[in-house]
Design a protein around this ligand. Structure first.
Ligand code: FAD
Length: 567
């Protein structure tokens, strides 16, 4: 029998522990084994990914590579700088590959890409093995058991998941790894496209030094931030399987925390350490297995007995939410990330330009503002200068560190959409896509839909106050003092509403309330609130009520042809 020559393609699974796909590859007992990561132009050039996430990815790759080298010094993570769709047909031939193995990816781009690669493998006579391991249950199987429909509630997910079967238990990390084969790259190589501007100077093939798909030194090394043409990241958070497992161990050792965890009782204002697990970025890159996380927690819960929390608020409940969004996305495909054409997504006519009375030039309309104002609000939200310190602290934490607590995400998402600005959730999701370390297409879109009350959740009358909600958790305003340093010396009485502080208090704290925070930023100035929140809340509530009464969704004909304007 011909010897097996296996490429293991790392993508969403940068770990050695509990990987069904890696196990399947090693079970083939390969004569040659190449663990590779392909340089995918989709992520490098098209997807929005901030510097912090890039650093986290490189951390995860480096840690994995080191762990593999420990098991076999001839191995490391081999990074190939070419699009997988064009690279694989050449590799199959040049390396005489017999098998290609990878973890299943149900993201819409992932599916498209993998389809092309699988067709190329079929043509080349290469056997492809795909295993689910990114979620508790295989999302496609969950959809099947849910009658082909997206899982729009926790109950639907749990019922369908139960029918799929028991969540699999840990697969131990391999103890040794086979040798790689030769790695000739003397075939025609596609050079990367010209690079995008990613908060950095534009990168070119010359800047990055890609003379070869094997990298500047020809040794398939992992890129550095410098090589990518990026300035340094700003996040203090570092990635990698080793850190993830240490973090999980520490959480599990605290039996009471693990067993009695209730999400609504964790503070969004706590940042050092965060009040929740902070494992989402590791799950995103697959540096931590979600099933390992689930079972380690569930075992503690089972042993704890009375007083333990349960889904949806418990830690395992959080992981079930993750699966719920993954399965909803698996059912809907690419339209899951938008309102248009999405039958699950309620249509809300976000910040429509108001009608201008031609005779007076006065802008009328009960709840809409003109698009310039809405755009200005969006920019001020994005850059953390709304004049509401709670919102600004969270948005600056997000930009600087790449992570904010779930209820912090609730606050800023509600504020941008139905609880303040009345701006489309898709605009907010784009900002999160760029800045989150843990950006997960399914979870990001799904949670934005939830918060904007376009899907999953409908209680639009429950709205977060940008003043009272933060104060409830953090009377002294520690989060604000850290991320909005202009206000760091302000008395706690005014820290959530600096515009109410008397002049002597402002003077004492060295703050001036002035400008819009964007155009005329001076040291120690902080903007006035960009609107009267109570007024806006009422306006948004009325508008949401109307939209619910009309009851259109993203796949309605009226929405698609624009005739909703006349409704
Ligand atoms: P923990 O509370 O410790 O929970 C453990 C794990 O459960 C998390 O690591 C995460 O994988 C999962 N989880 C928890 N809550 C949710 C949830 N509501 N939905 C899905 N999974 C959940 N999470 C992402 O992983 N990626 C995203 O892109 C993302 N975008 C979001 C956008 C908005 C507007 C909102 C409101 C939430 C978003 N979330 C996203 C969900 C949630 O905020 C984060 O998963 C969580 O804050 C991560 O912190 P943690 O690891 O400490 O969570």
């Amino acid at each position: 029998m011909a010897k097996t020559r296996v490429i293991y393609w790392f993508r969403t699974d940068l770990r050695l522990h509990d990987s069904p796909a890696l196990k399947a590859a090693l079970d083939l007992n390969p004569a040659a084994f190449w663990p590779i990561f392909t340089w995918d132009p989709h992520y490098v050039y098209r997807a929005r990914g901030g510097l912090n996430r890039w650093q986290f990815l490189l951390d995860c790759q480096n840690d994995l590579s080191k762990s593999m080298s420990k098991l076999n010094p001839k191995l490391k993570l081999f990074v190939l700088r070419e699009a997988p769709q064009s690279l694989f047909p050449k590799l199959f031939k040049a390396w005489e590959v017999t098998h290609l193995v990878f973890e299943k990816d149900t993201d819409s781009y992932g599916r498209e890409r993998d389809q092309v690669v699988m067709e190329a493998a079929k043509k080349a006579g290469v056997v492809v093995i795909v295993k689910s391991g990114r979620t508790l249950w295989d999302s496609d199987e969950v959809v099947k058991k849910n009658g082909g429909e997206p899982t729009m509630s926790m109950a639907a997910l749990r019922a369908a998941g139960g029918k799929v079967g028991k969540i699999p238990r840990l697969i131990p990390s391999p103890q040794r790894l086979p040798d790689p084969g030769e790695m000739p790259v003397d075939f025609e190589q596609d050079q990367p496209d010209p690079a995008p501007d990613l908060n950095a100077s534009r990168r070119t093939e010359k800047d990055t030094g890609y003379k070869s798909i094997a990298g500047p030194s020809g040794d398939f090394a992992i890129e550095t931030m410098e090589e990518l043409g990026f300035p340094s990241a700003t996040t203090p958070h570092r990635g990698g399987e080793s850190i993830a497992l240490e973090r999980l161990d520490k959480i599990i050792q605290d039996t009471k925390y693990t067993a009695t965890f209730e999400k609504p009782n964790t503070s969004p204002a706590q940042f050092d350490p965060p009040a929740t697990s902070f494992l989402s970025p590791f799950l995103h890159f697959g540096a931590l297995s979600v099933r390992e996380f689930y079972w380690r927690v569930q075992d503690v819960v089972d042993a704890y007995g009375k007083g333990a929390s349960s889904p949806p608020t418990s830690l395992t409940g959080q992981l079930l939410f993750r699966d719920m969004y993954f399965a909803a996305q698996a059912a809907r495909g690419a339209v899951f990330h938008q309102t248009a054409n999405n039958p699950s997504c309620r249509f809300i006519p976000w910040h429509l330009p108001s009608k201008t009375d031609p005779s007076t030039g006065i802008v009328t309309g009960e709840y809409h503002v003109d698009s310039d104002t809405a755009e200005a609000w969006f920019q001020r939200w994005k850059h953390g200068v709304t004049g509401f310190p709670w919102i600004d602290a969270l948005m600056r934490q997000l930009k600087q560190d790449g992570w904010i607590h779930h209820l912090g995400r609730h606050s800023v998402a509600c504020f941008l959409t139905r609880g303040g600005c009345y701006v489309d959730w898709e605009r907010g999701a784009e900002v999160f896509e760029e800045w989150l370390l843990d950006h997960e297409p399914a979870c990001n879109a799904g949670n934005w839909q939830w918060l904007s009350c376009t899907a999953f959740f409908a209680q639009f009358f429950r709205c977060y106050s940008p003043v009272a909600f933060g104060r409830k958790w953090d009377k002294e305003g520690a989060l604000i003092r850290k991320y909005v340093p202009e206000l760091k010396d302000l008395d706690a009485k005014y820290i959530y509403e600096p515009w109410k502080a008397p002049l002597p208090d402002l003077k004492k704290a060295g703050v001036r309330i002035k400008g819009d925070g964007l155009s005329d930023k001076e040291d120690r100035t902080y903007p006035k609130p960009m609107f009267d929140f109570n007024e806006r809340r009422q306006i948004c509530l009325d508008a949401m009520k109307k939209a619910y009464d009309v009851g259109l969704h993203g796949a309605d004909k009226q929405v698609l042809d624009g005739s909703w304007k006349e409704l």
